[in-house]
Design a binder for this molecule. Structure first.
Ligand code: HEM
Length: 192
């Protein structure tokens, strides 16, 4: 498959849960507190795509399948977009009641979500070819290391929101540890 097609396929896969979510909202499937369900679903997908983005590198290192690399932009930008949509759904859930939202946001749980969103913003803004050329690959790569603290903040945010089933939380933790570990190894392992 050509890199262009791989990226297009990745966009289709990344966009599918959003299309489903919007379809359910429009169809009125979520009859009880639809905006709350939208907040939960979009938050989960934001974290899922973040984790999948970070797993591309370990996956390529393990399998040698470099053909998946062009999907990284769709996955990474997709995770940020789900994060922004999640924030929008949260504000919509409370009917954009700004005094209430500003009172709420200072809770540690929400501040972690906000930190993840803010860290993802420059990554989303520079995910295009123009920014890559403008910044130069070295600076662009250094800036994009922000994905690691963003993922950690999002994971802690999720861990504080969970009440019952913690299985997915542990799957994310395991994947993120693998991704962080591989990144540190690549940085500090003696060159052969
Ligand atoms: C200012 C930014 C953010 C705000 C205000 C926010 C707000 C919230 C709220 C209120 C919930 C609880 C939903 C509920 O149980 O009713 C939630 C859950 C969640 N958020 Fe966020 N969030 C933010 C950013 C993020 C980001 C950037 C991510 C991931 C990259 C994320 C991932 C999640 C996840 C995974 C959940 C759990 C969903 C579930 O209950 O299954 N959030 N968020």
């Amino acid at each position: 498959m050509t890199p262009g097609r791989t990226e297009a396929l990745a966009w289709t896969i990344v966009g599918a849960p959003f299309a489903l979510l919007v379809g359910n909202l429009l169809a009125g499937t979520y009859d009880v507190s639809p905006w709350r369900i939208a907040v939960q679903e979009s938050g989960l997908w934001a974290l899922r795509w973040t984790t999948v983005t970070l797993m591309v590198s370990p996956f390529v290192a393990l399998t040698g399948m470099r053909a998946v690399e062009p999907s990284r932009r769709a996955l990474g930008l997709g995770s940020a977009l789900y994060g922004f949509v999640h924030l929008w759904f949260w504000m919509r859930q409370y009917a954009f009641d700004w005094p209430f939202l500003f009172d709420e946001i200072v809770r540690v749980f929400l501040l972690l979500g906000l930190a993840a969103t803010l860290l993802m913003t420059p990554l989303a803004a520079t995910s295009n070819d123009f920014s890559r050329r403008r910044l130069g690959m070295d600076r662009w790569r250094r800036l994009h290391l922000l994905i690691y603290p963003a993922a950690a903040a999002a994971w802690f945010h999720y861990s504080l929101s969970i009440r019952l089933d913690r299985r997915e939380l542990y799957v994310h933790a395991a994947c993120l540890l693998v991704a962080f570990g591989q990144r540190l190894y690549r940085e500090f392992a003696p060159r052969r």
